[in-house]
Design a protein around this ligand. Structure first.
Ligand code: CAA
Length: 241
């Protein structure tokens, strides 16, 4: 039977590549998106992957959407917590709103999406939860105290939940992408990207979304059951832990 996979932020950027990869791996995929209806519609037409609109920063909305997905597709086996936003600003210019929005979407969403389906995974004795953290959660980044804190928090979440899931056949892992050529990275001021970031990447280029999707595919596989609580870095050699 095909595994049922949910990918948050699954219709654009890294998430779109993950949704497509999991479909190619034989999963039935549900891609969750926050607001860009047009991108989601086009993604659905292009790939045939079901799309669901949901604000993952809300527990109630997340729980309701997960219920709908399970009613339509079946019990969820694989969850990829990929949705994320940036509100970059130097700390002295950062507003409480910049801080809260990033915490709610990037970190609180892990609870909102994982908790409602955790009991089912425990009962069935199988689950894969994969959180897309970031190189900047590992090393910190000027202009990103909010984002780096949330992304580092994801790693703590993964290491704790992995211990709870281990005896129940559920693995929980983090992937830390470096700078990947998506809209998020292209929004960085060009001068900063070219002069301050690209020279730090030994591979000499931005990563491709498909290079992160490949990591997800590896961790989501049925025969990846011995890998849990891990942090898989894919950053072109920019930061080695
Ligand atoms: N590394 C090193 N230096 C940096 C830097 C960086 N990433 N970002 C900014 N600086 C430097 C600037 O070059 C500048 O230095 P100079 O005065 O010597 O020129 C100084 O810091 C101030 O920068 P700005 O003039 O740009 O100041 P600002 O207040 O207008 O903007 C900022 C600050 C919002 C942090 C902006 O510089 C910025 O967006 N920087 C990029 C931050 C970043 O790396 N974000 C990652 C987004 S992608 C992502 O998050 C995905 C992922 O997981 C990797």
């Amino acid at each position: 039977m095909a595994r049922i996979a949910v990918v948050t932020g699954g219709t654009r950027g890294i998430g779109a590549a993950i949704s497509k990869q999991l479909k190619a791996d034989g999963c039935t995929v549900a891609a969750i998106y926050a607001g860009n209806d047009e991108a989601a519609k086009n993604f659905n037409l292009e790939t045939g992957i079901a799309v669901f609109k949901c604000d993952v920063s809300s527990y109630d909305a997340s729980a309701a959407t997960l219920k709908t997905i399970e009613a339509e597709l079946g019990p969820i086996d694989i969850l990829v917590n990929n949705a994320g936003i940036t509100r970059d600003a130097m700390f002295h210019k950062m507003s409480p709103q910049h801080w809260q929005e990033v915490m709610n979407t990037n970190l609180n969403s892990l609870f909102n999406m994982s908790q409602p389906i955790w009991g089912g995974m425990r009962d069935r004795g199988f689950g894969r939860i994969i959180c897309i953290s970031s190189i900047n959660g590992q090393k910190g980044q000027m202009g990103q105290t909010n984002y780096s804190a949330a992304k580092a928090g994801e790693i703590g979440f993964v290491k704790s939940l992995a211990q709870e899931g281990a005896a129940k056949g559920i693995t929980v892992n983090a992937i830390c992408p470096g700078y990947i050529g998506t809209e998020m990275v292209k929004a960085i001021p060009e001068k900063v990207l070219n002069e301050r970031i690209l020279p730090l990447i030994p591979v000499g280029r931005l990563g491709e979304p498909e290079e992160i999707a490949r990591c997800v595919s590896f961790l989501a596989a049925d025969n990846a059951g011995f890998i849990t609580g891990a942090t898989l870095s894919a950053n072109g050699g920019q930061y080695m832990v």
